[in-house]
Design a protein around this ligand. Structure first.
Ligand SMILES: [Ca+2]
Ligand SMILES: [Ca+2]
Ligand SMILES: [Ca+2]
Ligand SMILES: [Ca+2]
Length: 490
């Protein structure tokens, strides 16, 4: 069979917060104040419904190929029900610094947090191939600001060391790593100390619209091409960082390293199991975030890999990732739907959220290379496997595989649709259950598509009646290949 090469990326994941309780307030006769923002993470317009940002870093903008753009769809009580409630953002948008140029890859990484503390979530967008002066691919990062009217205006975050080819923003995460209540950014870039040496910078908040930031600390990255994922592992108020990437000096992908967030910065911790995608959430409900790592590559591409791909779970404890409570699963593991086949890419994306609303987070695993049948043979139609959380951790009881022919999922299984290439778990409709947004940049002859499956109780952890799907044209983007859905955040 054909083995598809899927672009390497991280799927962002968000732990589910409590459902928003919207109450009707009597407005005092003297006050006509604007409603205060919800302060929900991922709610850019503060209306109480989380929103979803979809990156298209290869989009042509103003005739410039691979300039890149991002579209944000605003959530409603009915989920991602409206294609018209949206913002399309590029470097050519009013108020956004820079200009769309060929090959900038604006949107290659995106991350969400309320970076200026005004109650509206903001969107950090990296353009790692942006030129700085004469330095090609030095990389640039902007914060697009949330407001009552949605995302509007942006400010550059200074690249501390713009070097030729440094690709500032090749990895990106937003969270309060230092625990002072002001979210920070962790940003990866290539350094000048060696061809394959990378750095991670902790750029402390608060960030202002005038371009001010807190102190910046630089760390040598433990891995090449570092991908960054934030989450709370050890139960304190300081977010921790998972770095995934390639082991330095070896032709081996799929390593992961834990960094503890501390008041004074990031503290390097244990090496974890192999993985190049990561998500954090509390799968066993003990109050500590657990780490899921996806290691999708076959052994011929990735010596640490296993045929068809694998995922590992490492449970959080008060002292960080558990050294003993770890589990690795493949599609050949008992109870996991499907079979491990070369090119499945099980673990290409992982996302954690409580999809069924039982107060334990569940894991969604993308299998974009999943292939079906003999006649017709449907190559790389793709699937998503839901694995549920329980008091004893991740379980295969009640595991479900979803694909485009599953009940209620828009579209039909088609060759090379690569359903499940990227995933995001957030509660968009405010019912307390996580909703799964699924992307494929390759669907419909490389046009790309997203699907949105609201969480639900029962045998299948998504709504078979309210699931929706969008194509880029419906969101105001081009139908040409744009790497649509390369990254999701919310
Ligand atoms: Ca919203
Ligand atoms: Ca803000
Ligand atoms: Ca846990
Ligand atoms: Ca659950």
């Amino acid at each position: 069979m054909t083995t598809r090469t899927t672009p390497r990326r991280l799927a962002a994941a968000t732990a589910v917060a409590a459902a928003l309780t919207a109450g009707l307030l009597a407005v005092p006769a003297t006050a006509a104040a604007a409603p205060s923002p919800s302060r929900l993470s991922g709610d850019f317009n503060g209306d109480g419904y989380r929103d979803v940002a979809i990156a298209a870093p290869a989009a042509t903008v103003g005739g410039k190929k691979w300039a890149g753009q991002v579209v944000v769809t605003y959530g409603t009580g009915q989920g991602l029900a409206s294609t018209s409630k949206r913002s399309v953002i590029s470097q050519n948008s009013p108020g956004v610094p820079g200009a769309a140029e060929k090959g900038d890859e604006f949107g290659r990484q995106i991350a969400v947090a309320d970076l200026n503390g005004d109650g509206y979530s903001d969107l950090a967008v990296a353009a790692p191939k942006e030129k700085a002066g004469r330095k090609e691919a030095a990389g640039a990062l902007v914060i697009v600001w949330g407001s009552r009217a949605g995302l509007s205006g942006a400010t550059t975050v200074k690249n501390p060391q713009p070097l030729w080819g440094s690709s500032f923003g090749i990895g990106l995460a937003a969270a309060d790593f230092t625990g002072d209540g002001k979210p920070d950014l962790a940003v990866a870039a290539q350094s000048d100390t060696g061809r394959n040496a990378y750095r991670i910078r902790l750029i402390r908040g608060p960030f202002t619209k005038q371009g001010r930031t807190g102190k910046v600390t630089t760390y040598q990255a433990p891995l090449e091409r570092p991908g960054l994922t934030a989450g709370h592992i050890n139960g304190d108020k300081k977010a921790d960082l998972i770095v995934t990437g390639q082991q330095t000096g070896k032709d081996v992908l799929g390593a992961a390293v834990f960094y503890k967030g501390t008041a004074s910065g990031l503290a390097k911790g244990a090496k974890l199991r192999a993985g190049r995608t990561a998500a954090v959430g509390d799968l066993n409900g003990d109050g500590y975030g657990d780490i899921a790592l996806g290691n999708p590559d076959d052994p011929d591409e990735e010596p640490s890999g296993s045929k068809g791909g694998e995922i590992s779970v490492i449970y959080g404890t008060k002292s960080g990732p558990s050294k003993t409570r770890r589990k690795t699963l493949t599609q050949n593991s008992a109870g996991v739907p499907g079979t491990s086949e070369t090119g499945d890419n099980f673990g290409s994306a992982v996302a954690i959220g409580d999809f069924d609303g039982d107060r334990r987070a569940d894991l969604a695993v993308g299998v974009p290379g999943e292939t079906y049948g003999k006649d017709p043979y449907v190559d790389s139609a793709g699937a998503v496997v839901y694995l549920r959380g329980s008091a004893s951790g991740l379980t295969t009881a009640g595991a479900t595989a979803v694909h485009q022919d599953s009940a209620g999922v828009p579209g039909t299984r088609e060759t090379a649709n690569s359903f499940g290439e990227a995933l995001l778990a957030t509660d968009v409709n405010g019912d307390g259950r996580a909703d799964l947004t699924i992307a494929s940049s390759q669907a419909n002859a490389d046009e790309g598509a997203i699907w949105h499956l609201p969480g639900a109780r029962g045998a299948v952890p998504y709504s078979t009646t309210d699931s929706t799907g969008f194509r880029p044209g419906q969101l105001g983007l081009s139908k040409k290949y744009s790497w649509f859905g390369a990254m999701l955040a919310g």
